[in-house]
Design a protein around this ligand. Structure first.
Ligand SMILES: [Mg+2]
Length: 367
């Protein structure tokens, strides 16, 4: 036993309502049913993590994650947080169907360790790029007039990069993106189809965007992850950079996408790959000439703070899609990084620098 030994792991469910329903090609959400995790070390240091499953994207949900929590948490109990790479590997074996749960446990472990060491979490990754950065903001699928009004609102608040969800109806999607581009004249775009298009629909969409000269930084996941050959064809026929999101769930997926030269950009998310596997994927991508983007699920500043730590600590991220806490109706977190318009600012307190009031009534505790 030493001061870094994990003494207790707790988890409790939390419901985070959105300001407006979040509609994407594969489903919709109006309340994020997440889980907060708290790890306590021998020296009393505590760390927080967040489990943010998106059932329509990953199949994982709050109830299943909570029921898998005790066995996965048991792996950490009595172990030294300083061996976080080894522990992460062991948790991975326990939580293959539950990447968001793995992410929550890893985040809480790393937060606790960094608090015990007295360094911010981004310091653990090396502090390669510690500066304020701008995030995009997401516009879910909706009626054109409503989406244009929401886009203008964000644009006037200083958001220069608008992320538009598409993938329901290609003709309507083109009209909606064109309408927003016409009113937000200097905006650039991230487009995300969440696998909603067929190959030919994706071609129609890309040709229309090229024809309209709309500035698109990234087109995420135009088609289904199973259609790798079509993704390669699409990339070879497109002037718009393509990104893998749903196609990238593990380091094995990353290797395959690199080998097939299927995409230009990886969209990393700690909630789908876990924290340490995301670090490994980022390193592999950079060594292979793949550009990096980082995003999240519907989550609070806890999970997003951990993703932000990777941007600050590892460096090399071109596109930040770290807007989700801005779309929530509540912010149950005290301290940590903050937003100023589209800008995320680094923090300098230990770990994530955040705290949460636990819900003792619904807490599951492993000690
Ligand atoms: Mg995406």
């Amino acid at each position: 036993m030493n001061s870094f030994t994990v003494q207790k792991i707790e988890a409790w469910p939390v419901d985070l309502p959105l300001k407006a329903p979040f509609v994407v090609a594969t489903g919709a959400m109006d309340v994020a049913k997440n889980i907060f995790v708290r790890v306590t070390l021998q020296d009393g240091s505590v760390g927080f993590g967040e489990v943010a499953p998106f059932p329509d994207i990953s199949g994982e949900d709050q109830a299943a994650s909570l029921s898998a929590f005790p066995a996965a948490a048991q792996v950490l109990l009595g172990q030294p947080a300083t061996q976080f790479r080894l522990l992460s590997q062991r948790i991975l074996e326990m939580t293959r169907p539950f990447p968001a749960l793995r992410c929550g446990l890893e985040t809480a472990l790393l937060d606790a360790l960094c608090r015990a060491m007295g360094i911010p979490l981004w310091g653990l990754w090396g502090g390669a790029d510690v500066r304020g950065r701008e995030t995009d903001v997401t516009l879910p699928i909706g009626p054109i007039d409503a989406v244009v009004a929401t886009a203008q609102d964000w644009y006037h608040q200083g958001f220069q990069v608008l992320k538009m969800k598409v993938g329901h109806d290609v003709e309507e999607d083109i009209r909606r993106v064109a309408a927003v581009a016409t009113t937000c004249t200097n905006a650039s775009f991230v487009i995300d189809a969440n696998q909603g298009y067929t190959f030919s629909q994706a071609r129609i969409f890309i040709q229309a965007i090229e024809h309209l000269h709309i500035s698109v930084q990234v087109f995420e996941q135009p088609i289904h992850r199973d259609h790798l050959e079509e993704m390669v064809m699409l990339k070879n026929q497109s002037t718009i950079p393509l990104a893998a999101d749903e196609s990238l769930r593990s380091i094995e997926d990353a290797r395959c996408l690199i080998e097939e030269k299927a995409v230009d950009i990886f969209n990393l998310k700690i909630t789908k790959c876990g924290v340490m596997e995301s670090v490994r994927i980022a390193e592999l991508a950079r060594a292979s000439g793949i550009r990096l983007m980082i995003g999240g699920m519907v989550e609070s500043r806890i999970a997003m703070g951990c993703s932000w730590s990777l941007v600050l600590g590892l460096g090399g991220f071109d596109v930040l899609d770290l807007d989700m806490p801005l779309l929530l109706a509540v912010d149950p977190i005290q301290g940590g990084f903050h937003y100023e318009g589209a800008m995320l600012h680094p923090w300098h307190q230990s770990g994530l620098g955040m705290s949460i009031n636990p819900d003792h009534a619904s807490m599951v505790s492993i000690e």
